[in-house]
Design a protein. Structure first.
Length: 85
């Protein structure tokens, strides 16, 4: 698996910077960012998901908070505004 660096948060000057890479084989995004706090996770659960899909976070997954200024590094993000529905 080869990763291609896409970007780092422009607002951070040292360590602990949100960063995005892309798996060149699968196209998957690898994202380093801040873990969402309990209040944010609660809000995400309350906001819900698509019909029939649980809003619980499985043990092997986590919720992160990605700064808005990082969206510029997500390939095709300007074309993906429908929320995946």
């Amino acid at each position: 698996m080869a990763l291609r660096f896409l970007g780092i948060s422009p607002d951070t000057k040292e360590d602990k910077s949100p960063t995005i890479w892309q798996d060149e084989e699968s196209g998957d995004l690898i994202i380093q960012s801040w873990r969402a706090d309990a209040a944010t996770i609660k809000q995400a659960k309350e906001a819900g998901s698509i019909p029939g899909h649980s809003s619980e976070v499985p043990p092997e997954e986590t919720v992160i908070r990605l700064p808005a200024n990082m969206l510029q590094f997500i390939p095709g993000s300007e074309d993906n505004s429908d929320g995946g529905t």
